[in-house]
Design a protein around this ligand. Structure first.
Ligand code: ZN
Length: 262
């Protein structure tokens, strides 16, 4: 590696509230008892969860559109070190190691997003009465032909989704700070979260599924020194701001709390 330093990690914690039915597709093969045509993805205990990869991929694609990155063959493709250095997407999400030779420093990924699990206590009695399966509701939807916009004949499908009102937590997003200007780059994560609140997570967004909200956010700064001293997640830097909008509005003062300590 070439001169890679490590200043610390930002930990973003929070909750994800489901505003309209959320559907992140699971395995359709391998039969669950009483299975539906289009199940949601579940953890080993058969409870729905939000895979970190789904959240990470969606945040990336929304930010790619906003930043108007270079696209080739339908894909975002920075190919030189100069392009990479000026591209927030590549700096945050990393690039494939084989794209740029002999320079590992330029392939580092800054963001890590954990899986987020269902908070069972968010499912109220009233929600339960409207649910069809243990944690979910099942809607009948016709498959729509993408080209004609009309219903395909006889194509009624059972769609499993997580009901509005469900809360997933703890959401955890880790953000590596390798160099000083990564502190500015952190802002892009909150921009992407804000964009996602005005878009959708999972499938069937065109039918109103997948509206979510980020809540109860705490941001911690874990400097290099906090790792050597075992003092993790003790330095809260979010100044009481708990939503992406509030955090963006106050980003400059939050950023000042990210102090280097070696
Ligand atoms: Zn790029």
């Amino acid at each position: 590696m070439n001169n890679v330093s490590f200043l610390g990690k930002i930990m973003i914690q929070g909750s994800i509230e489901i505003k309209t039915g959320l559907r992140i597709g699971g395995m359709t093969t391998g039969v669950k008892i009483g299975g539906v045509d289009q199940p949601v993805i579940t953890d080993p205990n058969n409870k729905p969860y939000i895979p970190g990869s789904s959240l990470k991929g969606k945040l990336r694609s929304l930010l790619e559109k906003k930043e108007q990155v270079k696209i080739a063959n339908g894909q975002h493709s920075c190919t030189s070190i100069d392009e990479y250095k000026n591209c927030p997407i590549c700096r945050i999400w990393g690039i494939m190691g084989d794209k740029i030779k002999d320079n590992d420093a330029f392939t580092l990924t800054r963001v890590i997003i954990r899986d987020t699990y269902l908070d069972e206590s968010s499912i109220t009695e009233e929600m339960r009465r409207n649910m069809d399966l243990e944690w979910t509701e099942v809607k009948m939807e016709t498959a729509i032909d993408r080209f004609t916009g009309t219903a395909k004949g006889g194509s009624l499908r059972q769609i499993e989704r997580i009901p509005a009102g469900a809360i997933f937590k703890p959401m955890e997003i880790l953000f590596n700070i390798f160099e000083e200007n990564d502190k500015d780059l952190l802002m892009k994560i909150f921009e992407a979260m804000e964009l996602l609140e005005h878009d959708y997570l999972g499938g069937m967004g065109s039918r109103g599924y997948g509206q979510i909200k980020f809540k109860d956010i705490d941001i911690f700064w874990n400097s290099k020194r906090s790792y050597t001293q075992g003092a993790i997640n003790q330095n809260k830097i979010s100044n009481g701001f708990t939503t992406p909008v509030e955090i963006l509005k106050n980003f400059e003062t939050i950023k000042e709390n990210i102090k280097n300590e070696s």
